[in-house]
Design a protein around this ligand. Structure first.
Ligand code: GLN
Length: 329
């Protein structure tokens, strides 16, 4: 095939994917939206109609659509970065001494299990109990040092500085009744390596880091390539840590919708109550016209369902998976 023909083929693929996302976003924008997270006051005020996506390919080409310039906070997506940071600094086996790798089927902020059994490790690092434990294990003695370690890792993944949205932080800090209760249960069972208040301060600050869909797609791409950044040609995270993280995202990343998400979308992904979804398509789709080398995905749609996952973001992803026939198994 001549170069001209290849270029035309590529243009056609790019055109089709852009057209696909534009059409879908326009369609979902007109649908009733649902509500943003209500329990964090500052998130309640966000426009529930926002919808955006980013798809980043290993050659650096990025497809951005919808409200992609709108920043939002990581919320539970920070659990992925904190877990990776804890594993990088303390070693995965040390971290897994404190937190298990089992899905729960319970809501992300459930306290239930701690009432039922004495001293039980949090089920996994993708739910609040596990993420609080992980936050307490981060390197550093003060919350500021712990936060800085994770922020530093995140900045190196997306190659830019990030900031913490102080309004969102304050708003969650003042109303974190349930997370405070959860941290107290964990402390009672010796499942926190720092104090209740220091752990909460670390965790909530990390939930309040601001990013956008392009940043999520960058993280997704690095995860899809087992820790390697193909654009800068550097290994940022050790591959075994990324593989473990992706398995946890696949089995536990979408809270108590993780099973359905795995069955019908089938990608390692992580959502947050701000409406973000981080996704990674591994480079295992041989001969796929668009995604044979994998990609990173970032989605944003702040209206969430009862399990805390973006309603329109999940639908958009489901459509993409179906139309582009993305089957990683
Ligand atoms: N900061 C939120 C909380 O702890 C994050 C939860 C989420 O995104 N599911 O409640």
């Amino acid at each position: 095939m001549g170069t001209q023909q290849l270029d035309n083929q590529q243009l056609n693929i790019d055109y089709k994917v852009d057209h696909f996302f534009e059409e879908k976003i326009a369609y979902y924008k007109d649908q009733p939206s649902g509500e943003c997270a209500q329990y964090i006051p500052e998130l309640k005020n966000v426009n529930p109609n926002y919808l955006a996506c980013a798809l980043l390919l290993p050659d650096g080409k990025i497809h951005l659509h919808g409200d992609y310039e709108i920043p939002f906070t990581l919320q539970s997506i920070s659990k992925v970065i904190s877990f990776i940071a804890a594993c990088m600094y303390k070693g995965p086996s040390y971290v897994l001494d404190w937190v298990d790798v089992e899905p729960t089927g319970d809501p992300f902020n459930s306290i239930l299990r701690f009432e039922l059994k004495d001293k039980q490790k949090p089920f996994n690092p993708m739910i609040n109990a596990g993420a609080l434990t992980v936050a307490s294990l981060l390197p550093g003695t003060t919350p500021t040092e712990k936060i800085q370690g994770v922020v530093h890792l995140l900045s190196s993944l997306i190659d830019k500085n990030v900031t913490i949205n102080k309004k969102v932080f304050e708003s969650e800090w003042e109303t974190a009744y349930r997370n405070r209760a959860l941290a107290n249960f964990l402390k009672e069972h010796n499942l926190l390596a720092s104090s209740v208040e220091d752990t909460l301060f670390t965790y909530i600050n990390l939930c309040s880091v601001e990013i956008n869909v392009e940043d999520l797609a960058k993280i997704g791409l690095i995860l899809s390539l087992d820790g390697f950044d193909p654009v800068r040609q550097i290994q940022i995270i050790p591959a075994p840590i990324v593989r473990l993280t992706k398995i946890l995202m696949f089995t536990c990343g979408m809270y108590n919708s993780s099973g359905k998400f795995a069955a019908f979308i089938g990608l390692p992904a992580k959502s947050g109550v701000s409406g973000g979804i981080l996704g990674a398509v591994p480079p295992s789709l041989r001969h796929h016209p668009l995604l044979s080398d994998g990609c990173g995905l970032g989605i944003y749609g702040p209206a969430i369902d009862e399990n805390g996952n973006s309603i329109k973001g999940t639908r958009l992803l489901e459509d993409f998976i179906q139309v582009y026939d993305i089957k990683i198994f």
